[in-house]
Ligand binder design. Sequence first.
Ligand code: DON
Length: 304
Amino acid sequence: MIDYQDVLNTIYQEIIQETEKGDIATYIPELANVDKSTFGIHLQLVSGQAFSVGDAEKKFSIQSISKVLSLALALSRVGIDLWDRLDVEPSGNPFNHLSLLELEKGIPRNPFINSGAIVIADMLVSLLEHPKEDFLDFVRDLTGDDTIDYNNKVADSEMQTGFNNFAAANLLKSFDNLNNDVADVLDFYFHQCSLEMTCAQLTKAFYVFANQGHCLKEKTRLTKSQAKRINAIMLTCGFYDEAGEFAFEVGLPGKSGVGGGIVALLPNEFVISVWAPGLNEKGNSKLGMQALEKFTTKTNQSIF
Ligand code: DON
């Protein structure tokens, strides 16, 4: 029997001593005001027990981690036709890369690069009566927590500065792969990215992927097959041009965000979230990745 609390405590002590903490994302100005020394982990076992260390109850901007939740909602509504508009291949390129999108005629490589997530956002804007409210309800329902909310300042900050995403959305539109107005789709997309959650809330939200499509309340929110496929895309595309490195070092499906969060899971066993806001050069949490490597190595638990 693994003493998970002891493992988390040990990792915490090792990680807080690291002096190379990476760099805070500043391209979204509102994200720049975060303390680099923040660090937390939350672990939720599928069997029910949960463990925490450090700043696991502090809220942070989940950013691209939200792309897994928007994909889940879209896939649960649209089904496999969703894949007519985007692919499931790793891009081997940064999350905001554009030239591949042009080369491949407006079909994004996968739903986790920005252009892919913008196509998913477009689907949700078409499908949902009140897109922002309905998406928030979906996340609150998965997590069982009505306090989760958008940070409008962060969303506005990205609306003012997200020129690369405007370029991606316009490129998609030029290839006929965006049905709604660019501004409406990006307003939704920037809000989904601005969602604030704690490590503890994130593990609860992602429980549905570790538990074959059943959320924490044991209600079915995805089919077993949908959960399986979303996990596969997390493994192959969840860390952009560092997906190989994450599989190599950590060995779990997962997703990162430029707010410094990472959530990863072992199907049928656990979900683990870490938050360390300093990023490496690929835009993924530097110490978060190190912490997860230590976790799967010390507990000898990964998909491999
Ligand atoms: O669209 C963007 O650039 C941000 N809202 C999200 C990027 C992100 O989190 C990339 N992940 N590591």
